[in-house]
Design a protein around this ligand. Structure first.
Ligand code: TYD
Length: 198
């Protein structure tokens, strides 16, 4: 039996990695085989270093992310799904649409054209968007990394982008308020998965 592909999205500091771990544990407790993975770096780990290093043009950034994603899909996600596992990815294509598209201003048609080849059209069954006001996200991530330097206006565009993507695909996206306690978010995610469990 083929598995199910789930993704978590949101601004840095929204609690995606915590929720990804809790979600994986929840599914494993129900006897499912689970593969927990992440982007950037899920396909080509060196890409993460390149992105967190020096400032790149948005085009170079997106093409590196796409190379990573192409490997991630082919080497990790699809083989796991075919083996019957449920795959939980902390970030996927929507991160690029929100950050490189809405955040950095790359045209969505180009992003989607590249993505069609990079992902082989693989779309998550459900995407949990942990929504957080940008002021709060910045407060949570703290200290001087590349992203903080990008500043509040960038974060605002990324958040708005995520919400627009969610509006466009209401059957795939589940938007959750990431200001609530960790357990509240986890329970909401689990409630959406119950009807999908075997
Ligand atoms: P991530 O490793 O999730 O950072 P953190 O662990 O701090 O949340 O992602 C690193 C950064 O890369 C993050 O700021 C989001 C950004 N990113 C994009 O801009 N586009 C993408 O497609 C992806 C996957 C990540």
């Amino acid at each position: 039996m083929a598995g199910l592909f789930l993704t978590l999205e949101g601004l840095d500091g929204a609690g995606k990695s915590t929720q990804a771990r809790l979600l994986a544990a929840f599914l494993e407790a129900r006897g499912l085989k689970v593969v927990l993975t992440h982007e950037p770096g899920g396909g080509l780990p060196k890409v993460r270093e390149l992105l967190l290093g020096k400032e790149l043009s948005p085009e170079a950034e997106y093409l590196l992310l796409s190379a990573d994603r192409a490997e991630h899909v082919r080497q990790v996600i699809l083989p796991s799904l075919e083996a019957g596992a449920w795959v939980v990815s902390d970030r996927y294509l929507d991160s690029s649409l929100a950050y490189q598209g809405f955040g950095r201003g790359l045209p969505l048609p180009w992003l989607l054209a590249v993505a069609r080849e990079a992902t082989l059209g693989l779309t998550p069954r459900l995407t949990f968007l942990l929504d957080l006001p940008p002021e709060e996200a910045l407060g949570r991530v703290g200290g001087g990394d590349r992203l903080e330097r990008a500043g509040l206006p960038f974060f605002r565009r990324v958040r708005e982008g995520y919400l627009r993507l969610a509006e466009g695909e209401p059957h795939r996206f589940v938007v959750l308020d990431a200001r609530q306690a960790v357990e509240g978010v986890a329970r909401a995610i689990q409630a959406h998965l119950l009807p999908l469990l075997p």
